[in-house]
Ligand binder design. Structure first.
Ligand code: 0PR
Length: 357
């Protein structure tokens, strides 16, 4: 049988995955067989997890963070909903979020028997706190916002969403799964210092350049993790707050290694390069007459004719669309000016060809 090769990253323009940092790759390989789900046996990886949580706390303005390295943003979002449901006392609990939340919230709602109430977003694709207010009531256990949305890279008004949480006595969650590793270098108000946030998703395996699986779930209070914990009678550690049992030591060790290597200077340089790249691409698409959603973070959306989008995919570009049909380019660490120039050259070529016919 022919040996399979992984997807090469040069043509991958709409994914939130990327090439791991060399330090992450090396650590992942060394810790491949360890299980942080059994910290009394796999002690060094448990120590690396504690270091990772502390470093993530630094990243998000939380001095004494509680949390763990999850399998990804999906698990972290599910846990945020679960913690809020368990801490609240609503008979028919609901979660209020903007319609721009990641689809993992639908999984959480279904799994946990919680109603998900989605509020329309404003014209700039950001959460509208007033619309969210209309959906919240005494059974609301969680209000959530996104700091770096999946489709448009938008940052919701987190302080206003947190104020709504306080008003209706609900926990407050921020999904910074993707944005968390660029937002520290911007002026946005999105983190635990800026607002009364209870929990956050921030994923090292996206812009953090850790190996998959390395998501991040962080909580301000110990009681939040306690609300997730089950007893583990035959292990030497008393309880477990994670959703999965056996977990990847590779993800944990790689997150610890890359945070140690890149936080904060390396991530700042990465943000500056990617934001500049997104601005350049947005200008290039705008100059060609396409309608562009301006990149608040390194993610560019633009309206392209359907046939052009399909033709670009046929040429091998791994691109995807927003629900509304716009092309969506995520400027991840593997994306370069050179690869985007190649993409634009193909785009120009295909447009020229279609004009001739
Ligand atoms: N929250 C936000 C804001 C996200 O964008 C995502 C993933 C998640 C949570 C869930 O994270 P996990 O996928 O780690 O569980 N957003 C990406 C997306 O839907 C996931 C993805 C990544 C999809 C790479 C495709 C791909 O090639 O676009």
């Amino acid at each position: 049988m022919q040996r399979a090769e992984p997807q090469e990253f040069r043509t991958v323009l709409s994914s939130m995955c990327t090439e791991p940092h060399p330090a992450a790759r090396e650590a992942a390989e060394r810790f491949l067989a360890t299980n942080p789900g059994d910290p009394a046996t796999y002690r060094s990886v448990a120590e690396l997890e504690a270091q990772t949580v502390a470093a993530l706390g630094d990243l998000v303005g939380l001095a004494d963070p509680r949390g763990y390295v999850a399998s990804g943003g999906t698990e972290a979002n599910i846990q945020a909903v679960r913690a809020a449901r368990n801490r609240g006392d609503a008979a028919a609990p609901n979660v209020v979020a903007p319609e721009s939340v990641h689809f993992s919230f639908h999984k959480a709602a279904e799994l946990l028997g919680v109603e998900l109430r989605l509020a329309p977003v404003d014209d700039e694709h950001r959460a509208d706190p007033a619309a969210m207010r209309n959906l919240a009531d005494e059974d609301t256990v969680l209000v959530a916002g996104v700091a770096g949305t999946t489709e448009y890279g938008r940052v919701d008004p987190i302080p206003e969403i947190a104020a709504l949480g306080a008003e209706v006595d609900a926990l407050v969650h921020v999904d910074a799964a993707w944005g968390g590793f660029v937002l520290p270098f911007t002026d946005h108000e999105w983190n635990f210092e800026h607002a009364a946030i209870d929990t956050m998703t921030v994923d090292p395996h996206k812009l953090g350049r850790a190996a998959i699986p390395a998501g991040g779930f962080l909580a301000r209070e110990r009681a939040t993790l306690d609300a997730l914990a089950v007893e583990t009678p035959y292990l030497e550690s008393p309880e477990q707050a994670t959703l999965t049992g056996t977990r990847s030591g590779a993800g944990v060790a790689s997150a610890a290694a890359v945070l140690d290597e890149l936080w904060p200077g390396g991530y700042r340089e990465q943000y500056e390069r990617l934001q500049e790249l997104a601005g350049w691409l947005a200008a290039a698409l705008d100059a060609r007459g396409f309608e562009v959603v301006s990149p608040e973070l390194p993610l560019v959306a633009a309206r392209l004719p359907e046939s052009l989008f399909e033709a670009l995919r046929e040429r091998g570009w791994r691109i995807s669309r927003t629900a509304a049909g716009e092309l969506r380019i995520v400027c991840m660490p593997h994306v370069t000016r050179e690869s985007l120039a190649g993409f634009l050259a193909d785009l120009d070529d295909l447009r020229g060809a279609s004009e001739q016919t």
